[in-house]
Ligand binder design. Structure first.
Ligand code: C5P
Length: 227
């Protein structure tokens, strides 16, 4: 395929506080990784690279086998690194030669609808070098210094970044070759390298499962509707 999706799932999940790597925590009968993969396999066809904790690649293979269906041959599992950026780099190394567009997706955004993938792929295909899904910021924001409020921050000029983030492959490869500082997302890395980053609409369901409250929210969203 022309498109690859790197699903980063190698985080420790410390803030979730369940004592297991986050991607393998259950939402319902299925794990966070399994839910994330379901969206990926409902999105436009792509090579899929799952980046798992180095001691859980076998478990990730099992999830892939159960989720991939007819796309099984398009999927591989690689071991991640100590930071998200290292995990993305490990995934990038496994992208096939003919791929032109690379998406990087957090497994922790397990309930991201397939339409978001399609929007990002379309925007890169139409010529953008880097595309991220965003949502407006709804909270009132303050710049703070310890417990003192320094000033209000105008939220109308801010957006919350989600994943999947999409990139022209050559540009992402180049940025990773030159990467020095660690960045919390790939758009930040690209922007540091001078690339123009565009936005498309994100989705509420693409929230990142980080805290126990986020896990509760995910569980409520996938729960069967009572009859
Ligand atoms: O920690 P956080 O939730 O912000 O991580 C975002 C995503 O990056 C998660 O899906 C996590 O599994 C992944 N990650 C990774 N390797 C790391 C750290 C985070 O693949 N070393």
């Amino acid at each position: 395929p022309r498109v690859a999706v790197i699903v980063v799932a190698a985080g420790s999940g410390t803030r979730l506080g369940v004592g297991a790597p986050k991607a393998f925590v259950g939402i319902d009968a299925h794990t966070i990784l399994r839910h994330a993969l379901r969206s990926v396999f409902e999105a436009p066809e792509a090579q899929v690279i799952v980046v798992a904790p180095s001691d859980r690649t076998g478990d990730a293979e099992t999830e892939v086998r159960e989720a991939a269906g007819s796309r099984r041959d398009l999927v591989s599992v690689v071991a991640g690194g100590a930071t998200r950026q290292e995990s993305v780099a490990a995934g990038l190394a496994a992208v096939w030669a003919d791929v032109e567009v690379v998406l990087v997706h957090d497994a922790a955004r397990a309930l991201t609808p397939p339409e978001v993938f399609a929007r990002v792929i379309d925007a890169v295909s139409q010529g953008s070098d880097a595309v991220i899904p965003v949502l407006p910021v709804v909270d009132t924001l303050k710049r703070v210094d310890a417990d003192a409020v320094v000033e209000p921050v105008d939220r109308s000029v801010l957006a919350a970044a989600q994943t999947p983030q999409g990139f022209r492959r050559a540009i992402l490869d180049g940025a990773y070759l030159d990467a020095a500082a660690d960045h919390t997302d790939d758009a930040a890395l690209l922007q540091a390298a001078g690339t123009v980053v565009r936005t498309v609409p994100g989705d509420e369901r693409a929230f990142k499962i980080t805290t126990p409250a986020d896990l509760e929210r995910a569980r409520a969203l996938v729960a069967p509707v009572p009859t």
